[in-house]
Write a protein that binds this ligand. Structure first.
Ligand SMILES: [Zn+2]
Length: 1008
């Protein structure tokens, strides 16, 4: 049924529903609306068919386009064709899990079940490997099929299921199938997005479109801030790493087509002839039209096909197999059969072309990380862990170029590939000890301006310098995986070469997804020293473009014949006494620390000794030395039998990250490694820190009663007392703060006015922003933000928004009075307020405190954001986003209160009430008066006693070494001056008393 609706009001939640629409928008105007379209199904000169959210539908109407609604509610369609309760003839997540396990158990000689990812809510993404003797490496061409990346397109799961049954049940009886299973390695991934399948939604449970989350030519279309944001897709990256595929196919539905990359750009792939011929073949069997994704539909970024082809060298494909999402149950069988017949042809073709093993000419050992380029097509494939490569090419005569670090590049010419078969080309490489370490793979490419990308390719930035450049695009970013780790030696360790003189920042890491250490900034060719990044080794280089489209020619690293020790893992043993045995260092605990070191260098590290050190204000090292003995190249050793011992002060903020240094010495070797120990874990009863280091603002809620800053819910009703703003829908109004109230100080900025938005938030200062679509924080397109309930609220329904200045209470109150969620009367309402306190009640550093209070909880945050962000849009607290709470956030119930304050968490140890495991006790007998304070403590045994006074930023201002003291009670008459005898300025200080085995801390406030 085709509905024709224009501007009609629907029931249900507005804005979130996905619709399938036909929009009469000329192709020439498509660019203007393309960002709002979730997926295109058909693009013609005068119209397109696509999936849009209801909001975008409204927007298209308001832009004057005629819009025909083909499917009013795609989730409803998904439910109708595949009922959520029993899935009808479709298979549920549980059935997939059970049956695939059963198949793997029934056919162990040809099946192996693997898990490649776990979804945000703990659902498995499984992969079934089908090949003869699946538990051993077989050097067979790898082929992959997957389904249900979009949860409502689960016809893909049915197709995968059908393939698995065909391949297993007919193995041994059907000669073609037997041949395929014996000679190919076939991977079937029935459901990329288990949560979407279960919930009948396009995205996963985080609402992210997984087919926009892949990190090649990525650009924010997923709805997330970064590529690889979802665990499902990070799992795919890891699955493909070191497991090169010849071809991959991903199934979708919504229209019918079979397609090849690129998605992000209309430039042709180097394999475009093979790409299109294979799609023509597939289309001739299924009846699907064949085209390049970007040309047949529209450009989209962060897709699976671009990642498979661009980063991994596999011929990536995608097929849309029916117009329904999913299609009616009666069509399942026909669709499965057609795709099976076509895919069987691909399984045959996938074994044709070029293949061979690359080996070392002297040792005969496989060369694991070689790039193989065949001309024509000039695109790369990588060798697997056994040195094998497989490349599908059309019949013809080829030249093969093989490139590997540490070897001479080898070129073989005149290789003839006949029709419908494969040729084996064994290749021996000669060592070249002068060859540099080079880039081997593009792990991530953020491409902010695909039109500005020209015909650049990630491949152009790999291996050694040539005349080609990989252009990052303006404000783009790329992560290049090196074929071997670069080791910190004397001077320059690697050089980033460019074909032009534009600027770029260089960061390094040992992990593909960071954390990143800044190494260098420069223009053109950039010489980099790992010492500048304070790391001893790097496997991944991250280049961040500075706005001028850096042209990466190559990254070349020096081969260093030296040991390189890196920290492989850390283990905390906190058994009693002194610890609670949870494997974590908690505030007030002492624990053993075991470090495992890996030698990633090319030479053994002999007689390795280590000294552990920290300057952290909360963590101290009790036993700082350990011996590691000899560590051979590529092996790991720990100090299990000679452990370090560390301790954390009781007042350590939870999740405090303490920087530790390990100084290593060995025969002819010395280095230092920095790493972090995390103390404790935030509990719901702890405040939430912002992300500054150290934290500036903290969010205390009503359950954080251990802390003196915790709020007590105390509703202030200002209805009919204050001023009613009479805001319209999605309206923001500026309100000047009364001069008596003074400025509102927030993150060091002073604001004389605030902007109040109907959608549950205020912005300090002036903004015309009126965003109803809440997002995660920080959000760079939003102003500084105090979001009490950022959601789509229509305050024309209910009693609108009020403000009131309570002079005696030193507070300014903004109340959303019983306002309804969009679209109004039929929706629930909530009553909540924001209370700003003036500067007389500010925190110790002068920043204002403020409070969110919730009188009702009629729709407690299921689609809202609660949190704050500063004017730089980088510092933030997110207590809640769309139903998921920060681990330290209390739930929104009636009577919920959150107080934001820059006063640091104190409480449990205020009033001098600290008792640590060694019964060391410190307290202020006389609180500071003018320049003196009297401090008392008791020693149970002889100890060396040290007193250190810190300011609120953790800087040491005073240090007194009392030397050895006998057991007994002591009083210290403390002169409140710093080490230069200068009087301390007023504020908060910490006195920390330390003995060899214990420490205690007390806070004091100095007033003048
Ligand atoms: Zn799809």
């Amino acid at each position: 049924m085709v509905l024709f609706l224009v501007g009609l009001v629907f029931a249900g939640v507005w804005g979130e529903r996905e619709m399938k629409v036909k929009v009469f928008c000329p192709k020439t105007q498509l660019k203007m609306v393309a960002r709002d379209v979730l997926e295109f199904y058909e693009v013609q000169d005068d119209y397109f068919i696509g999936a849009v959210k209801e909001r975008q539908y409204q927007q298209l109407l308001s832009m004057g386009y005629k819009v025909e609604v083909l499917v009013l509610d795609m989730e409803e369609e998904a439910n109708r064709n595949c009922p959520k309760e029993d899935f009808g003839r479709y298979h549920s997540y549980q059935e997939i899990m059970d049956t695939f396990a059963l198949i793997a158990n029934t056919y162990p000689d040809i099946c192996l079940l693997d898990t490649i990812a776990v979804s945000p809510t703990g659902k498995y993404v499984i992969a079934l490997k089908i090949t003869k003797d699946p538990t051993v490496e077989n050097y067979r061409p790898r082929l992959e099929w997957d389904g249900t990346t979009h949860g409502n397109e689960n016809i893909g799961t049915e197709i995968c299921w059908f393939f698995v049954r065909q391949l297993t049940e007919n193995y041994g009886s059907d000669s073609l199938i037997t041949y395929l299973v014996n000679t190919r390695e076939i991977w079937i991934i029935p459901c990329v997005n288990p949560e979407g399948l279960i919930n009948r939604t396009r995205g996963n449970s985080n609402g992210i479109d997984l087919n926009r989350d892949y990190g090649y030519a990525w650009n924010e279309e997923s709805g997330a801030d970064v590529p690889w944001s979802q665990p499902e897709i990070r799992g795919f990256r890891d699955f493909f790493q070191n497991r090169p595929f010849v071809m991959t196919m991903t199934y979708h539905s919504g229209t019918t087509s079979v397609m090849w990359p690129w998605s992000y750009s209309r430039i042709a792939t180097y394999d475009s002839v093979a790409h299109s011929q294979l799609c023509q073949l597939y289309g001739s069997i299924t009846g699907y039209p064949a085209y390049q994704i970007s040309r047949g539909l529209y450009e989209s970024q962060g897709t699976s096909t671009d990642f498979y082809y661009g980063a991994e060298g596999a011929l990536g494909f995608a097929a849309e197999v029916a117009s329904g999402q999913p299609p009616p149950q009666g069509q399942i069988d026909t669709i499965c059969r057609a795709n099976w017949t076509a895919s069987k042809q691909w399984m045959i073709k996938g074994g044709f072309g070029l293949r061979g093993q690359i080996t070392d000419s002297l040792t005969g050992l496989p060369v694991k990380r070689a790039l193989v380029i065949s001309d024509p097509t000039n695109w790369m494939v990588c060798t697997d862990t056994c040195g094998w490569f497989f490349k599908y090419v059309l019949p013809g005569t080829y030249t093969i170029k093989v490139m590997a670090d540490g070897y001479e590049t080898k070129t073989l010419t005149g290789i003839v590939v006949p029709n419908d078969t494969f040729v084996v080309v064994p290749i021996e490489l000669k060592l070249d000890t002068t060859a540099p370490i080079t880039g081997y793979k593009v792990t991530t490419w953020i491409c902010k301006s695909p039109t500005g990308a020209g015909n650049t390719m990630g491949l152009f930035g790999l291996f050694r310098r040539d005349n080609r450049a990989f252009t990052l695009t303006a404000r783009g970013m790329a992560v290049i995986e090196m074929s071997q780790p670069i080791i910190n030696g004397a001077g320059t360790d690697f050089t980033v070469y460019s074909t032009s003189s534009k600027p770029c920042s260089v960061l390094v890491s040992t992990e593909w997804n960071g954390p990143w250490s800044f190494c260098a900034y420069g223009s053109g060719n950039i010489a980099c020293d790992l010492a500048d990044a304070r790391v001893s080794l790097a496997n991944f280089i991250r280049l961040i473009d500075c706005g001028q489209s850096y042209d990466l020619n190559a990254i070349e690293g020096t081969i260093t014949n030296a040991p390189a020790l890196i920290l492989e893992s850390q283990t905390v043993i906190d058994s009693p006494p002194g610890g609670n045995g949870d494997g974590r260092l908690d505030p007030g605990e002492s624990a053993d620390l075991i470090l495992a070191l890996r030698n990633a260098g090319r030479v053994a590290a002999n007689d390795v000794g280590a000294v552990l050190h920290t300057d952290d204000q909360y963590v101290a090292v009790l036993d700082s030395t350990a011996d590691f003995g000899d560590i051979m190249p590529d092996s790991v050793k720990s100090n299990f039998s000679d452990r370090f011992r560390i301790t954390a002060a009781l007042e350590t903020p939870r999740e405090h990250s303490a920087e530790m240094w390990l100084y290593l010495t060995g025969t002819g070797y010395s280095d230092s490694i920095s790493f972090r120990v995390i103390v404790g874990e935030l509990r719901m009863i702890d405040p939430i820190p912002d992300n500054s280091e150290p934290p500036l603002y903290w969010a205390y809620d009503e359950v954080d009663t251990l802390y003196s800053e915790h709020p007590v819910f105390d509703w202030v009703e200002i209805r009919n007392i204050g001023t009613r703003l009479n805001l319209g829908d999605d309206e923001t109004r500026q309100v000047s703060l009364p001069s008596d109230f003074g400025p509102f100080a927030f993150y060091g900025q002073s604001y004389s006015s605030i902007s109040v938005c109907s959608n549950g938030w205020i912005a300090p200062g002036y903004t015309s922003a009126n965003m109803q679509n809440n997002t995660t924080l920080p959000n760079s397109s939003m102003p500084p933000l105090l979001a009490a309930n950022w959601d789509d609220i229509d305050c024309r329904y209910g009693n609108n928004v009020w403000y009131y200045y309570d002079t005696t209470g030193h507070r300014f109150i903004i109340e959303w009075d019983s306002v309804h969620y969009y679209p109004g009367n039929s929706m629930p309402w909530d009553k909540f307020e924001i209370i700003l306190f003036d500067t007389t009640l500010a925190g110790e550093d002068g920043n204002c405190k403020f409070l969110f209070q919730y009188l009702t909880a009629n729709r407690p945050g299921t689609s809202a954001t609660i949190g704050i962000q500063d004017h730089t849009k980088t510092k933030f607290i997110q207590a809640l986003y769309n139903g998921s709470y920060h681990r330290a956030a209390a739930p929104w119930i009636s009577g919920h209160a959150i107080k934001f304050s820059t006063d640091q968490p104190t409480g449990t140890f205020e009033n001098g009430d600290i008792i640590d495991p060694m019964k060391l006790k410190i307290n202020f007998l006389v609180n500071p008066v003018k320049d003196r304070a009297i401090l008392g403590y008791t020693l149970k045994q002889v100890a060396d006693v040290l007193l250190v006074v810190y300011d609120r930023c953790g800087r040491v201002v005073r240090r007194i070494d009392f030397g050895k003291q006998q057991p007994g009670s002591y009083q210290i008459n403390l002169n409140l001056t710093d080490s230069k005898d200068k009087r301390l300025s007023q504020g908060v200080y910490w006195a920390k008393l330390m003995t060899g085995k214990a420490q205690a801390t007390a806070k004091f406030v100095l007033m003048r």
